[in-house]
Design a protein around this ligand. Structure first.
Ligand code: ATP
Length: 646
């Protein structure tokens, strides 16, 4: 292709036609350019995503998950795959028939015909080639079907995770959820890609062979079926049970290995600090050893089944040779038919062995689909009502009206709480650890719903509005500031997609992170590693504040980090907070009483109820709970107020 004219869009990165002077080696060699041009032309155009996410699943997403429904979504591949499986199973059986024909009509004494033999040989090759080509196409089609189905399913499960409520993620172990997305989906992929087509093909092959055997010679077919099949059947049932036991055993034991591994890796600091390495290795040796034993058992089972079926096959062949040979001698059977019988008998075993071995794959796929179905049918505990309205821009009045709540409804952690926070007012929640402060905050942004009572925003029950409109007006800064793998820019624009670079720079200045950003090699485009592990706790918290600042929420909920920060960071954070709170209603879960002292009002929470409330000055003057806490806090050196209160 002519260099220059053919380039557009992405090609511009290589520069235009004539300007090769600035490039090292005087420009890109033409061969390379041609290759690059071809590559660019084959690159699929990535359209911007037009995905719409709604809390309510669509009618399609609500459909029960079944294997048939999954594959039916791609009728073209399904029909083509099925037709190919049938055709392949049929034409594969022509080999023994051609052999029979060649022997009986081309090689029999007195009936020699090189022409017949040659035609049969050529046909044999042609059929073999055709079946290989068809199998290639069939594997390609089922592979495409499986990849597409799994892609859809992965997105469906992931989308469902986005809809589920907090209780689900606290109760379900992250590892278990990961295994739904990995091993369960992979099991299904395996089943759709190989399992089903293999099952269909082997099953069909057995039926076709049985019919052909009986059509060829009833007596011989009856002998074979009566002697060989029952033996094979009994052995296969034994194998199925034994291998299932082995499979369950190894599945449980590998889960133990993984659990032990992940615990050791996550807790590596504690392990090292407490010199637990030796104990850890001993423990891991136990679980790995148990897994090895399970694998050895499975290996033994396979070692018995494989040779045993071969023996049954040989028994069948011996029988055929005896009975069939006798029939040939008595002119009841042609030699060609006897040979065809031998060939068919060999093919008869293959499907049975494969079917039995594939049975576990089928079982795995079945249990995976059940587990995924259960997951997809788990409703979010906090959901939108059918006629949820959009919450208009609020002023920021937060009301707790006779709110009681228990994570377990039988054990309440909040008891009849009544509280009103005025627009623009900042209220600090203080109290001992476990008193229910964070729980109050979680109810305010509807991570959970009250067991009884209501939470209102500007007088509107938050249960009646869409979650999106509610959360877009609430900013949450959690105790553990979470950063995603990506640049500081992407982390900061998390709450609002149309944030400009200037706004980000402003937020950096407001929270006092300028020094850090200037120090980083690529400024705000520097990549922070997963969970921001390369930053200090204080820096992570400041970034979380900057993120909330950029999201411009009407109401801010801030769960202050308990970890102690040095005095300088504390001052920086407090300054940042002052800017962040300007003109906003805020709930501050204050662990440092310096933060509480800066709030407009303090609410003391203990045992799931409000025990005291007032301005900092009023509460100190009242000499009640807060004053006691404050005194203890000052004595403890002004660190964590939740502990000072105890
Ligand atoms: P802290 O100052 O230590 O953060 P807190 O006052 O914020 O404490 P909450 O986190 O609101 O306390 O917890 C109140 C009670 O609810 C505690 O007894 C706690 O054990 C319990 N609790 C908190 N989260 C859950 C949960 N997800 N499931 C069950 N119980 C919970």
């Amino acid at each position: 292709m002519a260099w220059g004219g053919g380039w557009s869009g992405g090609g511009a990165m290589f520069g235009r036609g004539g300007d090769t002077a600035g490039l090292p080696f005087g420009g890109i060699p033409t061969e390379l350019m041609d290759e690059a041009t071809k590559l660019m032309a084959s690159e699929p155009a990535h359209e911007p995503s037009r995905l719409i996410f709604t809390q309510q699943p669509s009618a399609r997403e609500r459909q029960r998950l079944t294997l048939t429904r999954l594959v039916r979504a791609y009728p073209r591949y399904l029909v083509l795959g099925s037709v190919l499986v049938i055709v392949i199973s049929l034409i594969l059986q022509s080999g023994p028939l051609l052999t029979e024909f060649a022997i009986d009509n081309g090689m029999r004494i007195g009936h020699h015909s090189l022409r017949v033999v040659m035609i049969c040989a050529v046909l044999y090759l042609v059929v073999g080639l055709a079946s290989a080509l068809l199998q290639r196409r069939q594997i390609d089609v089922t592979g495409k079907l499986a990849s597409r189905v799994m892609h859809d399913l992965r997105i469906r499960v992931f989308t469902h995770f986005q809809r589920l409520s907090m209780d689900f993620f606290t109760e379900e172990k992250a590892g278990v959820l990961m295994s739904r997305m990995t091993s369960d989906i992979e099991n299904l992929q395996q089943l759709i890609q190989d399992g089903i087509s293999q099952f269909a093909m082997q099953g069909l092959t057995m039926i076709v062979i049985t019919i052909v055997l009986f059509a060829t010679n009833v007596t011989l077919a009856a002998w074979t079926v009566l002697l060989v099949v029952p033996l094979l059947f009994v052995f296969s049932i034994w194998f199925h049970h034994a291998s299932e036991k082995g499979y369950l055993l190894s599945r449980d034991r590998i889960a133990n290995v993984l659990a032990d591994l992940s615990e050791s890796l996550y807790g590596i600091r504690v392990v090292t600090a407490h010199n637990r390495q030796r104990r850890n290795i001993v423990n891991h040796r136990h679980v790995v050893g148990a897994y090895r034993d399970a694998n050895l058992y499975t290996g033994r089972v396979h070692a018995i089944y494989g040779p045993a079926t071969i023996m049954i096959g040989i028994l069948g062949q011996g029988l055929l040779l005896g009975i069939g040979g006798d029939m040939v001698l008595h002119h009841q059977l042609s030699i060609g038919k006897l040979v065809a019988f031998f060939l068919f008998l060999n093919r008869f075993f293959q499907p049975i062995q494969l079917l039995v071995q594939q049975y576990n794959a089928l079982q795995q796929g079945r249990s995976s689909i059940i587990r995924l179905r259960e997951l997809l049918e788990t409703p979010p505990s906090v959901d939108e009502v059918a006629d949820a309205t959009t919450l208009a821009t609020i002023e920021g009045r937060i009301t707790f009206e006779h709110v009681s709540f228990g994570y377990d409804p039988a054990r309440l952690v909040l008891h009849d709480v009544n509280l009103e926070i005025a627009p623009g007012e900042s209220v600090a929640f203080v109290g001992p650890t476990g008193a229910g402060k964070s729980t109050m905050a979680k109810l305010a942004n509807r991570f959970y719903d009250p067991t009884s009572g209501r939470v209102l925003l500007d007088g509107v029950d938050i249960k009646t509005v869409t979650l999106r409109s509610l959360r877009s007006q609430l900013g949450v800064v959690p105790q553990e500031a979470f950063l995603f793998a990506g640049s500081i820019r992407t982390n900061l624009s998390f709450g609002r997609s149309n944030v400009t670079s200037d706004e980000i720079e402003e937020a950096i200045d407001v929270v006092g992170l300028r020094e850090l950003v200037d120090r980083l090699p690529q400024g705000i485009d520097t990549v922070v590693h997963e969970r921001g592990q390369t930053l200090s706790a204080g820096e992570r918290q400041l970034l979380a504040l900057a993120r909330a600042f950029l999201a411009r929420p009407r109401v801010l909920i801030l769960d202050e980090a308990t970890s102690s920060l040095d005095l300088r960071s504390e001052t920086v954070i407090e300054r940042a907070l002052d800017r962040l709170l300007e003109g906003r209603s805020a709930i501050l879960i204050a662990h440092r009483l310096t933060t509480a002292q800066r709030a407009d009002r303090i609410v003391v929470i203990d045992n799931g109820g409000v025990v005291e409330m007032g301005t900092p000055r009023e509460l100190l003057a009242a000499n009640g709970e807060y004053a006691k806490m404050y005194g203890a806090w000052l004595e403890s050196g002004g660190r964590d107020a939740t502990r000072a209160g105890r």
